[in-house]
Design a protein around this ligand. Structure first.
Ligand SMILES: [Zn+2]
Ligand SMILES: [Zn+2]
Length: 258
């Protein structure tokens, strides 16, 4: 499985910067997990292939450029953009984003080929298909309804925590899963901001270190993501100090093969 954490920002030469401001993972060049930077960072070829987007929760850093992405493709979509999300998240997207005020309600619009956007409600705890992948979603502990995911291509699986603090169901799902090669997990704030991390339901390196004791798999790659750019160096230093084998920081723009 090929996974890229899409960049959020670029330097003056057009090179991806390492700060992650938005969240969007691209799987096998055709399925997106969240859509923060989807309209910003895809190649034209990827843009022509991505028709399935899983939205873990409706926070802005995870959906920021989703409306722009659909807008860009509007005249050319010969199949709808499928938004896979829980019914609660679909309701929030319709109410707060695609509401004719913030942006058009694409779910009610058609182009020459038919509908341009379609919601696909996802179940909790049951596997469901997304393109060539099988995905299982479970609730995690964030301040809005949010799901963590395990994504399998039939041979290998990768787990996505999305935004969360201490949680249980995600770990039992992950510990039961087979052939898990990587865990992409959030580490938002430095340890000195534990209180803010707690109220906003995110991890610090210290709370992540504690949480990883719940993981039964050995040897999988643990990739830290969602590090707040303002504290990036500090968080990375504190992650390194945990001395957890296989714990690395995921680099925006780089393609990982698992
Ligand atoms: Zn969030
Ligand atoms: Zn977030």
């Amino acid at each position: 499985m090929r996974i890229q954490l899409l960049p959020s920002t670029f330097d003056a030469n057009g090179c991806a910067t390492q700060e992650q401001r938005l969240t969007c993972f691209l799987i096998d060049d055709c399925v997106a997990v969240d859509a923060g930077s989807i309209a910003i960072a895809l190649t034209n070829e990827q843009r022509s292939k991505v028709r399935d987007i899983i939205v873990t929760h409706p926070h802005m850093d995870h959906i920021a450029s989703l409306p722009i992405f659909i807008d860009d493709l509007y005249p050319t979509l010969n199949e709808p953009m499928r938004i896979h999300a829980t019914p609660e998240v679909i309701r929030l997207l319709e109410r707060d984003v695609f509401n004719w005020n913030v942006y058009p309600r694409f779910s009610e619009l058609t182009n020459d080929y038919g509908p341009v956007m379609e919601y696909v409600p996802i179940p909790l705890g049951e596997p469901f298909p997304v393109a060539h992948l099988t995905v299982t979603a479970v609730p995690v502990n964030h301040i809005v309804p949010t799901v963590g995911l395990i994504v399998s291509d039939g041979e290998k699986s990768v787990a996505f925590s999305s935004d969360t603090a201490e949680t249980e169901e995600f770990w039992s799902l992950l510990n039961q899963a087979q052939h898990v090669h990587a865990l992409l997990i959030e580490a938002s704030f430095p340890n000195r901001m534990a209180q803010l991390a707690e109220v906003s339901r995110h991890f610090t390196p210290a709370s992540l270190g504690e949480e990883l004791r719940k993981l039964n798999h050995n040897g999988l790659d643990i990739m830290a993501v969602h590090i707040k750019p303002a504290y990036r160096e500090e968080v990375i230093e504190q992650l390194n100090a945990l001395q957890i084998p296989n714990l690395k920081v995921m680099e925006p723009g780089k393609t990982y093969d698992w």
